[in-house]
Design a protein around this ligand. Structure first.
Ligand code: SOE
Length: 380
């Protein structure tokens, strides 16, 4: 029996749309024990919240997030607002006994993230942090291949996340569209926004990162602040590169920049093992590159696996073999697993505690860059 589940969404930006879309589609494709009911959307500007509610089918709207959290009718709170609001909302939602889905990164900093973990664990509420790329079928298939031992001992795990949208000095910081450039709202720049994705996936694939050595750069040092109208110093990292050790003895190499002209969202990773290698590219997200040293030498080479067959992760739920899916489907997969686990009273991976581990790595990366030294990563 499918039960109704009342959803309250806080934040109607880009992420608010990905989460709403997922809830609207999940029952069409997955047999899950709940039917999400889009009850209320909350956002800063009333007219925009109203328009969002009408477009996505929310029954009501508000500009006060407390009303969502305090509403007895709401079962799940979705936190899709700038990072500086995550902690306050999540802690209040946990105290109110709500299940919580929070956008990444978990918090502005480690101190907040630790408080959030404590709050959800004390309240015993199911929780999830939206590191959606884990649930791109090719990325999930990579995990399966690693877990099956097909790569053997892993030597290298490297990842990049490159963009180019902040190169112009005219792009402001702060405000609804560009809060990611304001350190007070975002906590950090590419480290928390982009590398957090790479770190989450890397630790899922290859285990804990133990220590890091990083450098960061802020190329544009001052920008107009959209809220104050004044030119203010920029406090975020525009680019970050780090090397690291993993607990399993392998080496890591990570790079992220918003100054990589020509790249809009080039998230790539490559894993080199004793027996095989894997590579993936977000711009071609339905393909997984695979090199198997066990192949006969005369046919050995990188193969490009089209991840659409029904025995591949999630693909039996979609179309027919050969027909691919895209970015938004990763959120539908996430919603499906969240609803399934919720029915059993469980959190979904990555939960707040796992996201804290990523926050520890981000924190160590920023500290290392500041001190120009290797930094040990705290263990959750
Ligand atoms: C930044 O441009 C951004 O939207 C991130 O905030 C998302 O997490 C990433 O998936 C795409 O890029």
């Amino acid at each position: 029996m499918t039960k109704k589940l009342n959803v309250g969404l806080i934040g109607y930006g880009f992420m608010g749309r990905t989460h709403s879309n997922a809830y609207r589609r999940v029952n069409n494709f997955f047999d899950v024990p709940y039917e999400p009911v889009l009850q209320v959307v909350c956002g800063l500007v009333e007219a925009e919240a109203k328009a969002f509610a009408e477009k996505w089918g929310y029954k009501s709207y508000t500009t006060d997030w407390h009303k969502v959290v305090e509403d007895e009718n709401i079962d799940v709170v979705e936190i899709c607002v700038p990072n500086n609001l995550h902690a306050e909302i999540a802690i209040a939602a946990a105290k109110a006994g709500k299940a919580i889905v929070c956008e990444k990164p978990l918090a502005l900093n480690v101190a907040q993230a630790e408080e959030m973990v404590k709050a959800v664990e004390e309240a015993g509420v199911p929780n999830l942090v939206s590191f959606n790329y884990r649930r791109v079928p090719a990325v999930t298939l990579a995990k399966q291949l690693i877990d099956e031992g097909r790569l053997g001992k892993i030597f290298h795990y490297r990842a990049n996340f490159l963009q180019d949208w902040t190169i112009s000095k005219e792009v402001p910081q702060g405000g609804m569209a560009t809060w990611r450039l304001d350190v007070k709202a975002a906590g950090s720049g590419v480290t928390g926004d982009l590398l957090a994705h790479c770190i989450d996936t890397a630790m899922w694939h290859n285990g804990p990162i133990t220590d890091v050595c990083a450098m960061t750069e802020t190329f544009v040092k001052e920008r107009m602040h959209a809220e104050t109208g004044k030119v203010e110093p920029v406090g975020i990292d525009d680019a970050c590169t780090f090397i690291c050790h993993y607990d399993n003895g392998s080496l890591g190499n990570f790079e992220s920049s918003r100054y990589a002209r020509g790249h809009k969202a080039l998230y790539t990773f490559e894993i080199n093992g004793e027996k095989a290698s894997i590579a993936w590219d977000l711009h071609d997200l339905h393909r997984l590159s695979y090199f198997d040293h066990g192949d006969d030498s005369i046919v050995r080479g990188w193969r490009s696996i089209h991840v659409t067959d029904s025995d591949m992760p999630y693909m039996d739920k979609w179309w027919v073999p050969g027909l691919q899916i895209g970015y938004e489907h990763s959120f539908v997969h996430q919603a499906a697993e969240f609803l399934q686990n919720l029915a059993e009273g469980k959190s979904t991976s990555p939960d707040f505690r796992e996201a804290l581990a990523t926050q520890y790595v981000c924190d160590a990366v920023l500290t290392s860059a500041k001190n120009k030294k290797w930094e040990t990563v705290k263990k959750p």
